[in-house]
Design a protein around this ligand. Sequence first.
Ligand SMILES: C[S@@+](CC[C@H](N)C(=O)[O-])C[C@H]1O[C@@H](n2cnc3c(N)ncnc32)[C@H](O)[C@@H]1O
Length: 226
Amino acid sequence: MISEKERWNKVARTYSKKIEEENSQGFLIREKSLNPYLFKALRNVKSKKVLDYGCGDGWLCGWLKNRGAKVVGCDISERFIKLAKEKYKGIEFKVTNNKTSYKNNEFDIIVCNIVLHITKNYEKILNEMYRILKPMGKAIITIMHPDYYKSEIANFSKNQETLKIKVEGDIPVTYYRRNQNSYEKAFQKAGFKIKKKQECKAKGKKIKEIKKYFEKSFFLLWELTK
Ligand SMILES: C[S@@+](CC[C@H](N)C(=O)[O-])C[C@H]1O[C@@H](n2cnc3c(N)ncnc32)[C@H](O)[C@@H]1O
């Protein structure tokens, strides 16, 4: 059976291309319903030490660097990290897993953008994030909204815990069935305090290709503190 890491290695290049295509649905959904909230949560990053956990092709690290953050990125997939290094010179990227080699209390801000709902051991990632975040530091977590993917795209049957969805080509990515409460309990178990929760509904002028995202939140964002 193919591991999660292998799946991500296989989809890395296609995924990266898709989120760059300015008129693709994937690009528009992020642009209208996630990024406005994510960027607002990531205000005041100048001179801050920031980690992008599960950075993919590094696009957010590039965005953070342009705003003066001292940013590094890590990801489980070697392919994504290779791509990130090619695209964003001068940023340090590392292959990691649920455990990293960063020091205790190293980061002012850690962002984990649309990673936890596709990750089996999400609690381990949260424990690790807590260890390497500074006291009073900020963690920003986004996931695809559980209400949305459970009802509208996934059709989980009653007791089903995981669902494989073909997001990119023929390679299925696993989504884990968890409700908001499970995430919030896990944040608290790891030691975090929840500062803010944000429903992310598409903003701005309605675009017909992604009309339904203006009615329902497609993403969910939490700001946590240590
Ligand atoms: C949906 S993609 C999001 C990528 C990126 N954050 C973005 O904004 O485009 C999920 C990412 O999480 C990474 N990932 C999955 N499990 C991981 C783990 N245990 N540790 C670190 N990264 C992981 C995948 O390789 C992939 O890059």
